[in-house]
Design a protein around this ligand. Sequence first.
Ligand SMILES: [Fe+2]
Length: 378
Amino acid sequence: MTATMTEIMPDQSTGGLTISGMTLHPLWLRERVTEPESLDHISNQRLYEHSDLDTDIRIVSATIGDNSQHLNVCFSDGYKAVFNFESLTKELGLSQNPEAIPLPQSWTADLDFQRFDWAELNDPDAMKTMLTTYFENAFCIMDNVPSELDSLKDHARRFGFIRVTNFGELFNVETKPLASDVAYTDSELASHTDNPYRLPVPGIQYLHCLTNEVDGGLSTLVDGMAVAEAIANDNQDWADILENVPVRFRYEGPTGIYEDTAPLISRDHRGLVNHIRFSSRVDFVPALEPEKLTLFYNARRRMHQLCNDPAFKIKFPFKRGTLLMMNNYRLFHGRTAFDGKQGHRHLQGCYIDHDGPQCLYRMLANGHPETHIMSEDQ
Ligand SMILES: [Fe+2]
C-alpha cells in the first residue's frame, strides 16, 4: 500500500504524523528509524537506548519520496529518516502482513479437516498451508511419516526445539498384551489437557504412531475455543468464574513435585482464548465462599460435559506413520477404549514450544525455508 500526499500530514497538536486517519506519536516513528547508524541490519536490533531520545521530540516535516514507496521525515532533534511505507502500513494494520499468524477458527465435530503427507511438506508452500491449518484448527495430522523408534526427535525438530520434561525428550505411550503397569491400560481417556501443573505448561504436543495392532484406541480432540464459547452462551457467570478463579494444579511423584496456579480458561490481549487447563485428577480450587464454589462447580461440570460431548469431538485412528501435532493450550485430547490383548500399540510423544511453528511460518513468509538452526547468540 502507498499513501498519497493528502493522506500524510504532520499533526500540530501532538507533533506526530497523520497517516490514513491514524495519528502517530513522534516517538513511535522515531523508534522505527532504519538508518544504519540506528539499526543493526544483521540482527535488526536498535543501536541506541530509546530512553535516551528527547521526550519532547516533534516531526518538523514529512514528504513522500519520488517513488511513492518512501516517507522522508525530519525530526526536531535534527534526525532525518526515510521510512518504507509498506513496513509502516503492515505494522499499522493498513495493509496485509504476510508474517501475520493465521487466526484461530473454532470448530466442532463436523469439522472437515485436511490431512497432510509428510513427503509433500518438503515443498515450502505445502508446509505453509499445513501450518495455516495448524494455526486455525490447533492441530494437524500428517501421514506416511517415517516411523523408526525415536525418529520423532528429528520430525519435531523440523518445527521447533524439543522441550525436555521429566519424561525426557520423548515419552512412550505403549500398551502390550498383559501389561503390568496401570499407566498403560487400554481404558478410555477422558478429554484433558497435558501437564497443567508445569510452568510453563508444554505448548505443542506430538504423538507419533510406530505400531498399532488394535481396532479401538481412537484419538479424540475437542476445541477449547468452541467449549469456551458454548459455556459463555449457556451462562456468562460460568464463563466468568472459569476465567477468574485461580486453580492450583499439582503433580507429586517419586521424582518431582510440580505445581502452578491459574484459571481453567485464559484469554490473550485480543480476548481470544489462549490457554485451557483441564485435568480432572490434579486440580484444586481454593476454599471460596460456598455460593462462589457452587457456581464454580456447576461451571466446571458443564466444561467437563462439553469437552466429552460427541457434538464437539473428532475421532481418528492412529496407524503406523501417523503424526499428530496439537496445541495443548487450546485442545482437549483423549482416547477411546480398546482391547489391549488384541495386540501391540506404541506411540511416542514429545513437546515443543509455540514459537517454533510461528517462527517457521514467518520465515516461510519471507522466503526462507530453513529455520531452527542453532544460533551462537541470543
Ligand atoms: Fe494427555
